[in-house]
Design a binder for this molecule. Structure first.
Ligand code: TXA
Ligand code: MG
Length: 341
């Protein structure tokens, strides 16, 4: 695979960290219509386009083009059969891909889309086995990022119906939250006509909340920025977070993993890297690499901090998991997975 090294076209738009709410209108003005059109046309032509979303960067392909989708698997080194999320431009496209949509799923989509939430719904014919991994349901999401939305709209104008996009990292590795991280992860594997759109730092920083919508009530199968509290108060239903037996690669034990060994807690050995909320005192002899002031900052910067730790060659990184519910749950979910191998 490493023999396929080609030039990667990086379209730089801006690379300054922003907060989720600041993000909406700002980038689009920096991103020309031509940039978006070229990227949309590249997708129509069967090429891959990595693009920013508010969660993490996605590695996109035309979700109806089997050959293009198969490139996602080879570029990521992802085992065949793992389902992919289809990104659409709006709730209006939902029933092209899904059928038998429960009322609560419509309510969730109305409330949280565009946003960091993926709904797993019974599939229509358009969602082929090469998207769903042979399962009868399909994952759908409307991202809340202007470049992603502009790309989706242009792609749909050109006849496209949805962009399949997993996180733009090699299988099992940390999701990229900057265009530079995408190039570091995948630059050796992308083809010359593939593109990477640069939208700066992702504002949410961890992957979307995945909500299975096949039963009488929604169930969270991957925690994220949209929490069970937010969901249950919206649909007024008792949300479960049990495993439905649905396959999702984020559920594998070894996932979201940096190269450096991750140890959870506050007990360090000399020379260990240390990451914790800034209220947590740095243990003696360790090297503080991250001190987010709140949970949102923790989520936004976690993956970039782990890339920094990897690049500096630490043997271990000790991370103090944040306490509490809401976003802390989602952060602990990722931390536990990266520490479990
Ligand atoms: O925030 C996100 O969700 C990002 C951005 C790019 O949208 N995407 C992302 O994709 O994290 P990925 O493939 O790295 O993780 C999506 C997870 C996988 O674990 C996949 O197995 C699961 O969603 N998934 C996708 N479609 C599914 C389906 N039909 N049924 C069950 N799980 C599904
Ligand atoms: Mg992923």
């Amino acid at each position: 695979m490493g023999t396929r090294r080609r030039r990667v076209s990086v379209i730089r738009i801006r690379s300054k960290p922003v907060k989720w709410d600041d993000l909406r209108m700002e980038f689009i003005s920096k991103c020309t219509a031509d940039t978006i059109s070229n990227a949309a046309q590249a997708l129509i032509n069967g090429h891959l386009v990595a693009f920013p979303t508010e969660t993490v960067y996605g590695l996109g392909a035309d979700a109806t083009n089997e050959k293009a989708v198969s490139k996602i698997y080879s570029v990521k080194g992802r085992p065949i059969g793992h389902p992919l999320i289809v990104h659409i431009s709006s709730i209006n496209k939902l029933d092209q891909w899904a059928t038998d949509i429960p009322e609560y799923a419509i309510k969730l989509a109305r409330e949280f889309w565009p946003g960091p939430m993926t709904l797993i719904l019974p599939r229509k014919n358009l969602a082929k086995d090469f998207i769903t991994g042979g399962q009868n349901n399909v994952g759908l999401r409307v991202p809340d990022q202007p470049i992603a939305l502009a790309l989706l709209k242009k792609f749909e104008e050109l006849g496209g119906q949805g962009i399949a996009a997993p996180s733009a990292n090699r299988f099992g590795a940390v999701s990229p939250t900057t265009a530079q991280a995408v190039v570091e992860e995948l630059g050796d594997y992308l083809y010359s006509d593939d593109l990477v759109l640069d939208g700066g730092q992702c504002s949410v920083g961890i992957e979307s909340t995945i909500v299975a919508c096949s039963g009488p009530a929604p169930r969270i199968i991957r925690p994220g920025f949209i929490t069970s509290e937010m969901i249950s108060s919206n649909v007024n239903l008792d949300i479960k977070d049990t495993d439905l037996g649905i396959r999702a690669s984020g559920m594998l034990a070894k996932h979201y993993s940096p190269k450096t060994k991750v140890i959870l807690g506050t007990s360090t050995n000399p020379g260990d890297a240390f990451i914790a909320l800034n209220s947590v005192v740095t243990p003696e002899n360790s090297i503080r690499v991250g001190a987010p002031t709140n949970l949102i900052e923790f989520a936004t910067h976690l993956y970039a901090l782990l890339r920094e730790v990897d690049s500096k060659g630490f043997s271990n990184v000790v991370i103090a998991p944040p306490e509490g519910g809401h976003l802390a749950d989602a952060i602990r979910d990722r931390l536990e997975k990266m520490a479990s191998w």
